[in-house]
Write a protein that binds this ligand. Structure first.
Ligand code: 4AD
Ligand code: MG
Length: 456
């Protein structure tokens, strides 16, 4: 009896023995995706999760295997038969099917197509559904490719802390950490502690030691905004490069994202074809176009002019009061990237009042050297900037915000061998939405966390 093979092994066999592979006996285990029979002969679509594809099991209609239900765990022993003329390159003619784990009647994933909302309620089962088989494999491959990109280029991976005493972005949307209710803030660390909203400040110190670094880990934000793009827990990739300016930062973002798209298309062709067919028709064309054209770059000030023009010529925004200094809403971002540019767009040099304290102030005294990358269908997926390196200017800003105390070390980086440096944050889950066409961030995360949602 042959050792057990996975569906992945079966497809490797096919590749290795191209030409005329001999039939052989195999053992495979997995779960019944569908089971149908016409009395004489039956077919089980078996998936074991090792590949997006499954394998077809053919059995004798008299055998009783037609009783095996969707979702059941089974072991199949049979003959692997190559069928080059069929849609599937091979099938297994079952000699024996052993029921390993049966399915109760109330199994929620029956054959019919379930909605995303319904599947979200079944977060512990949805990895078995096609869309999530595709999604979570792409998520895994993407994570590895992120590391590969940076490691191949000599970047040092830094594990910045999840527990912190600062609110890097200054937005005040932090989850506090307490051990009991008596002395909520100071009982354990002796000072206010929260979950990190960004590893940037900590990773900057490493950039000033290793030059090129990155952090990649979970990030927490207590934004109550109930949108399809905001999660309370998400992953962020934050590279930081020393002796570098905003242009270098944007070059890096563009090269990095194109690399990730290219590698994902190459590593997950079946999954990406599925998204193209069932989730966002035109996805592959969109991604291939992104690979071959430069990302547009435009200043915030130019963006505002374009939005004003749009309003003049009759475009309706929910917030149509466009004025310099405003924080752009997703609808404005999307107009610029979707309608005006028709592709990814770097919007740069934002008013300093609407951006974080650490961004380098431009010579005009009004704007900062920031860049947001906006993409069609979503809006912002990357936020980056060159950092303020003038110690006293930075200190003034921090004191005005009241966050200097506790962050003296961050200011000191400017006094102890400071240099121009820049970095960015890519929202991992938002990027996953972009490359799969999935419309809700809750469907890109294994167990999404958002306001009022903590079922699993
Ligand atoms: O623009 P943000 O706030 O930038 C920073 O955190 C900087 N410290 C980055 C840096 O320069 N090192 O966040 C970066 C990205 C956003 O563009 C977005 O993609 C994602 O993080 N993001 C979220 N993703 C999901 N849910 C949320 N609530 C998010 N908030 C930000
Ligand atoms: Mg941002």
């Amino acid at each position: 009896m042959k050792d057990k093979l996975t569906v992945r092994d079966l497809y490797s066999l096919l590749r290795e023995e191209k030409g005329s592979p001999a039939p052989r006996e195999v053992r495979v285990d997995g779960w019944v995706r569908t089971n149908r029979d016409n009395g004489r002969i039956g077919f089980i679509e078996l998936h074991d999760g090792t590949l997006f594809k499954g394998v077809q099991i053919v059995y004798d209609g008299e055998s009783g295997y037609s009783r095996l239900r969707t979702g059941a765990a089974i072991e199949v022993v049979g003959e692997l038969v190559f069928t080059p003329d069929n849609a599937q390159p091979f099938e297994i003619k079952a000699r024996e099917i052993i029921l390993i784990g049966d399915v109760d009647d109330d199994y929620p994933l029956q054959k019919k197509r379930a909605s995303f909302e319904f599947l979200r309620e079944q977060a512990y089962l949805r990895p078995r559904a096609n869309t999530f088989q595709a999604l979570f494999r792409v998520r895994s491959v993407l994570a590895m490719n992120i590391h590969r990109y940076f490691q191949d280029r000599g970047f040092v991976y830094v594990h910045t802390p999840e527990i912190t005493s600062n609110d890097a972005e200054g937005a005040g949307q932090v989850f506090s950490i307490v051990t009991d209710a008596k002395d909520p803030y100071r009982d354990f660390f002796g000072r206010k502690a929260s979950l990190t909203v960004s590893g940037q400040l900590h990773v900057e110190a490493f950039a000033l030691a290793f030059k090129d670094v990155y952090t990649f880990g979970p990030t927490f934000r207590a934004e109550k905004s109930n949108t399809p793009r905001h999660a309370s827990e998400f992953w962020m990739i934050e590279p930081e490069i020393a002796f570098a300016h905003l242009d270098d930062d944007m070059d890096l973002i563009e090269d990095f994202l194109k690399y990730l798209i290219k590698e994902t298309l190459a590593s997950c062709p079946d999954e990406m074809a599925f998204f193209d067919k069932f989730i966002q028709p035109g996805l592959l064309e969109k991604l291939n176009r992104v690979l071959t054209s430069p990302f547009a770059r435009m200043t915030y000030t130019e963006g505002i002019e374009i939005l004003k023009e749009a309003v003049k010529s009759g475009h309706k925004f929910e917030n149509g009061k466009i004025e310099w200094g405003m924080d752009l809403q997703s609808e404005h971002e999307r107009y610029l990237t979707e309608t005006h540019v028709g592709g990814p767009l770097f919007l740069t040099d934002y008013p300093k009042e609407i951006k974080a304290f650490y961004m380098k102030e431009n010579d005009d005294g009004k704007t900062v050297a920031a860049c947001d990358l906006l993409v069609p269908g979503e809006g912002e997926i990357v936020g980056g900037s060159e950092r303020e390196t003038r110690a006293e200017l930075l200190r003034e800003k921090m004191e005005k915000l009241g966050n200097f105390e506790g962050l003296e070390w961050y200011y000191n980086l400017r006094r102890f061998g400071g240099c121009p440096h820049a970095g960015f944050g890519l929202g991992f889950d938002r990027f996953l939405m972009y490359i799969t066409g999935i419309q809700n961030i809750r469907d890109t995360e294994p167990y999404p966390r958002t306001a009022n949602q903590l079922k699993y």
